[in-house]
Design a protein around this ligand. Structure first.
Ligand SMILES: N[C@@H](CCC(=O)N[C@@H](CS)C(=O)NCC(=O)O)C(=O)O
Length: 199
């Protein structure tokens, strides 16, 4: 069994999908959460200068989605066919495109809030309608089995709910999917015991 050390900030963000996959498999790992005040000193030592990183047996890997895909493969959370993986990966990329373009940094707090609200208001309807259609009345995005795309939907929408409490609330299939993910016993247990953070 390899040793795993995940390093990120003390919030859910881009590490939470990885934490879900570890939780699902009951995999032991070190969940290192650094403070923002520690980051300037640490950043130059981090390959590519961003978090999260995952150390596997002491070797550093970066990019949250690449890491999550690797772990999902090991956990049996990827598609059963190449075509299923094409659909799953496309959903992951659609969510990730949206989050990558989110206006996180803006020095003026008032302007930032306004930009974030506008981004969600203007950008999310097309994405959410497409996701609701992709899911349809299936149990999971892949059909009859759970994958990491379902996990990412849950962590992604949780993250955006912190900015807009009504995010995706009027989409019944997507809301039901969140409930299904959160009811998986290992995920329910993680939600119970994870550190409480605003984001
Ligand atoms: N595509 C990268 C994005 C990583 C990223 O944007 N990390 C942010 C936190 S979510 C970060 O390290 N920010 C601090 C910095 O860039 O100095 C991934 O998914 O891992």
């Amino acid at each position: 069994m390899p040793t795993y050390k995940l390093t990120y900030f003390n919030f859910k963000g881009r590490a939470e999908l990885i934490r879900y996959i570890f939780a699902y498999k009951n995999t032991e790992y070190e969940d290192v959460r650094i403070e923002f005040s520690e980051w300037p000193a640490l950043k130059p030592s981090i390959p590519y200068g961003q978090l999260p990183i995952l150390e596997i047996d002491g070797v550093v890997y970066h990019q949250s989605i690449a890491i999550a895909r690797y772990l999902a493969k090991q956990a049996g959370l990827v598609g059963k066919t190449d075509l299923d993986n094409l659909r799953i990966d496309a959903i992951i990329d659609s969510l990730d495109d949206f989050i990558s373009a989110f206006p996180w940094s803006e020095p003026d707090e008032e302007k930032k809030k306004q930009k974030q609200e506008e981004y969600i208001k203007n950008g999310s309807p097309t994405l959410l309608a497409a996701l609701e259609k992709s899911l349809g009345d299936k149990t999971w995005f892949a059909g009859d089995y759970v994958t990491w795309a379902d996990f990412y939907w849950d962590t992604f929408s949780d993250g955006l709910e912190a900015f807009d409490p009504n995010f995706a609330k009027n989409l019944p299939n997507l809301q039901a999917l969140k409930k299904r993910v959160q009811s998986i016993s290992q995920i329910a247990s993680w939600l119970e015991r994870r550190p409480k953070t605003e984001h």
